[in-house]
Design a protein around this ligand. Sequence first.
Ligand code: SAM
Length: 314
Amino acid sequence: MSGHLPVLLRETLDVLAVRPEGIYVDGTFGRGGHSKAILQRLGPQGLLLAIDRDPEAVAVARELASRDARLRVEHAPFSRLAELVRRHELEGRVDGLLLDLGVSSPQLDTPERGFGFLWDGPLDMRMNPQSETPGVAAWLAQAGEGEIAEVLRDYGEERHARRIARAILRAREEAPIERTGRLAEIVAAAHPAWEKGKHPATRSFQALRIFVNRELDELDRVLADVEGVLAPGGRLAVISFHSLEDRRVKRFFKRGAKGDELPRGLPVTADQQRPRWRLLNRGLRAGELEVAENPRSRSAVLRAGEKLAYGENG
Ligand SMILES: C[S@@+](CC[C@H](N)C(=O)[O-])C[C@H]1O[C@@H](n2cnc3c(N)ncnc32)[C@H](O)[C@@H]1O
């Protein structure tokens, strides 16, 4: 199985400003690239809670934890952050949370996981194959044309969503669509405008992956809970890989740094308008060298902020 090169590693460590006795949460352990670097900076009193919804990532984390008492591991979606942090008695004490969103290289490059259109494999794409929610094949077997088109449009920004959805329905009349290779062929044949240097199924595969893993909902839910989890002065670093995610993260920090915008004329308390976050950057991208070494970093954007201590006003 292939490894995973951590993206924007130095930049992420800079914004997290890891303190040796600090408490950190890595919400997306993956293969532990960022986690291992955090552990290197932690002293014996420090603590790292690693979360991942993928059982293979969790197995790697548990193996590492068996040799390092500072590491705790949870197999869960990060939308359950608040509950997990409470279980570990870390509420309001976390000095830094990292979310390196999306999928890992081993997920993408393992045909059996069904994420990729470059290799043939069972059409699944769930980060947690043990979850009860349907994978792509099961969903495509029963979804309506309108539903499929909406997913391709909303999560893949696919302009030819309706045409592709129609082709999927036609193809499934002939035989169930159960392999990534077959879906890639159906999409390619239906797609009227191939973009240069991009497989015509790229957008559709991204859309279906985001949909079956409820990725945007996961992000919204964790962002809603992050303030309650962090200590005053605690930091949040988020690495996004497409504009649907990055837009949400940007809006979250912008609102937090400005204070809530409330309708005029409503009675508001000073706390509602007070900035709650200090921005640590305006969106960092990987440099040329990193992109050359790791093409996955090309679309990555790192945004980070610090939760202001109560009473500070930025
Ligand atoms: C880009 S990789 C992280 C790579 C990691 N930083 C490293 O250096 O090895 C994303 C990981 O987050 C996990 N993941 C994505 N969304 C998640 C969610 N909502 N809850 C928990 N884990 C999630 C995926 O299973 C994957 O292992």
